[in-house]
Design a protein around this ligand. Sequence first.
Ligand code: LLP
Length: 420
Amino acid sequence: MSHFAIRDGVLYAESVALPAIAEQFGTPAYVYSRASLVASLQEFLEVLDGHPAGRGALVCYAAKANSNLAILNLFARMGAGFDIVSGGELQRVLAAGADPRKVVFSGVGKAAAEMKMALDAGIFCFNIESAPELERLNEIAGHCGRTARVSLRVNPNVDPKTHPYISTGLKEAKFGVAYEGALALYRRAAALPNIDVAGIDCHIGSQLLDPAPFVEALERILALVDQLTAEGIGINHLDLGGGLGIKYKADQAEPTVASYLTPLLDKLTGRGLQVVLEPGRRLVGNAGLLLTRVEFLKPGEGKNFAIIDAAMNDLMRPALYEAWHDIVPVVPRGGATRDYDVVGPVCESGDFLGLARPLNIEPGDLLAVMSAGAYGMAMSSNYNTRPRAVEVMVDGDRVHQIRRRETVAELYAGEQVLPA
Ligand code: LLP
């Protein structure tokens, strides 16, 4: 069920009409639905709770997908942990009320200072992505008189059949350690004085709509777990990463969380491994939209352009991945449409949010760019000295501003001219 729907000819977020939000907060604006966020995490929790292999599981929301404090806090209140990839994200999740004992730290380039910060915070686990990273962590942990719990992020060499930029589990990826070398690195980890081997981890890619590659990856990982057990290297938890996709078109089908998780949990039954998951997009993607206004219409020879007040700096996914986002009028006019390239004011030909979209619109109309809750605001920039958008969360009939719009002065506040 979507919490964004047309009612009496107007698009609503829960019980709030979007034109009212545009009026109060201006555009472009990211608009999230609290009920939608809660429902998507709840879906994971229920499936896990309802399966013997899923009890005691830890859902670590991948903060990179959308790291607004209000969203992190909402998930923390529901008992979620977090998957972080930087010291910055660690500080963010802690500021949002996260329990550090539910935090896993992924990423190929953890700096010494970031490791120390995470050790001091007492996180659940470091997901180690290379041999030198393991050595560095052992050394830093020694310096602070601590023991670091680790998983090795193993690359199962499975093709997730998704966009190449978001495929991460193939042999040629920069992520994780090669499947073939994993055993040797586990032996090394087990021998290091300041390292505690706690788990095993994999993440094969993002926006997967077919659950089959997850099962394939799990089978490979479990074969490794068996080898480790035979060698006396005990594994307590298995982290399956994130990656479950969402629908980006209203009429598209989308795998349920149960159809993704049940085959995995079935394979884990009786093994006594704690399950850890790192979903990002699935928890937030369809819980947010980008609200924008049409500035000008520019009919052309071969093409018509609709120039809007949001741009690639606000939502980079179409420019970067040729990603599709539905673009819908907030107050649909009905009647004949024209094909428009929906573009922003940024000085780049790649600055589009949608191409050849059939729309019947006039200047001043509001549009909603759908499914923008994940990797939208989180990947936004200030290119062209554009202040980043305001973010609001709708909760029933209330609207909360959860990040105010930036001011231009803030954008150059840290800069300085040379002395005269
Ligand atoms: N765990 C790890 C180690 C990851 O690298 C990622 C995403 C996740 C979890 C969460 O994956 P998700 O459940 O969101 O698929 N910017 C791209 C997506 C990049 C994903 C990067 N890693 C996009 O906009 O499609």
